[in-house]
Design a protein. Sequence first.
Length: 588
Amino acid sequence: MTTAPPVRHVDFRTLPDALWHRGERQPDRTAYVFLKDGEDATESLTYGELHEAACRRATTLSAAGLTGRNAVLMYPSGLEFVRTLLGCMYGRVAGAPVQPPRRRAEVERLRRIADDAGTSTVLTTTDVIRDLRERFADLPALDGLDLVATDDPGALHTGDPSTPERLPDPQDIALLQYTSGSTGHPKGVMVSHANFLANVVETDELWPCEPRGTVVNWLPLFHDMGMLFGVVLPLWAGIPSYLMAPESFIRRPARWLEALSRFGGTHSAAPSFAYELCVRAAESGMTAGVGDLSSWRVAVNGAEPVRWSVVRAFTDTFAPHGFDPMAMCPAYGLAENTLKATGTRADREPMVLWLSAEALREGRAQPVGERTDSAVPAVGSGRDVAGTHVRIVDPVTRQPCTPGHVGEIWISGPCVADGYWGRPAASEDTFRARVADDPDDAAPHLRTGDLGFLYDGDLYVTGRMKDVIIRRGRNHYPQDIELSAERAVPGLQPNCAAAFSLDDGERERLVVVVEAGGRVLAALGADGLCERVREAVRAEQRITPDDIVVVRRGKLPKTSSGKVQRRACRSLYQDGELTRLVPSGREA
């Protein structure tokens, strides 16, 4: 007699369907665990507990008249976000996740998002409300916002919780995802329940979640990558998810790897800089507590350009711990496509092409036979799967690019969101673009604003259209300039530089902002650091910065997951709000 294999998942219509199913049939199975300080498992939720908590919140939201409306979700990392997110979905309330404000400018952004979403309701915790009122009570941006603490038992429905009479339909809006790049005029991506399900199905096809799989996640849950990998995918697949706050990782990167080894993590995702921080931690002797990583089968590397040097360094550094090179899975995605667009399968090693740097600056992807001083590496972000289709299109003519040419990445398929909330014109331009003179391709496409090319079926991302710096007809990518700046001086941290251009009315000027810690500044001084950065960028990128700004460590604008915000940095520069450690930059 043979034993039937365990069921991985069933065909759910929506994520709330998955929670209802697991809450009824697997109530005692662990769903989520929160690691305080990234180490101690202080709080957990079973599917039964999560189902009950979500029902209670859905009933409360319905009684408040929020069914079919929007609400802002403003939570620190933790399980209350998970309870309320699923409660909103049960109650057919479209949540707009945001980060709890740490600075005055973030309070203003909170208000802009609430206004854009057409809501005054902000769901959060008692601690966050207390902090807001103590630190920002004088800000008019908080006036009129209804701050509701969902962790306060007195604010919740007190009767017996029951499953809502009507769960959401697949085409209902599940979420308004405001991307981290939104600044003065935030735009909320309307992600439907069907989008969520299509994305996790494709994600599982790329990186299968086996019955004994385990997710470990430190990415912020209000961000699309952290939410999908930390909350949505494990719930759909029925596997436990161990969560920690981003600051726990940033303060001590080894905590991420320790949790993966301790809990047998099989799936985790992070930007490239996170893997680099782990390598530097190992070089500093700070990873002694990391055990066996052989269970880690899917290490997704995305959300920013993937650096080949980091891929190799991480693989080599942690191979003695059992890390498999094929576990490193470079990928590409964006909120407008729910998240994942392409990815490298876990049964193949990452792909790298060495390209002519000169040809790339001219918009051509020209592979060279071997690594040379004039070659640059490009890491493949894998392939599309299932119904998603990727094309490379000239952003001006809207004609398909010929092979070997860099163009805008266009995407079609079931993961593409419905558009931007309340912005029909912007939605039409971004989400319903069509390739010119191509009667065989009638499907609308998502214009990503990202540049790249296809080679042997793999997507290679080269940068953002709006961030590319054009000098004498040649393209210079900011991430390449930033990498040269970071490596100009030993001791600078990953993601310590931002490169951007400004048009002063006569020409486009290149500005590089670098943050540095006390040791580097003590050794070189700010002026000496400027000169090192200038020479490194000139030698490696064949472009000379017009201005270099050195700021103290921690002053460079970044997202909560540690990614540099170039546009926010440019705004601060234009407004004169960056505190220089050198009086003025030297013109080239």
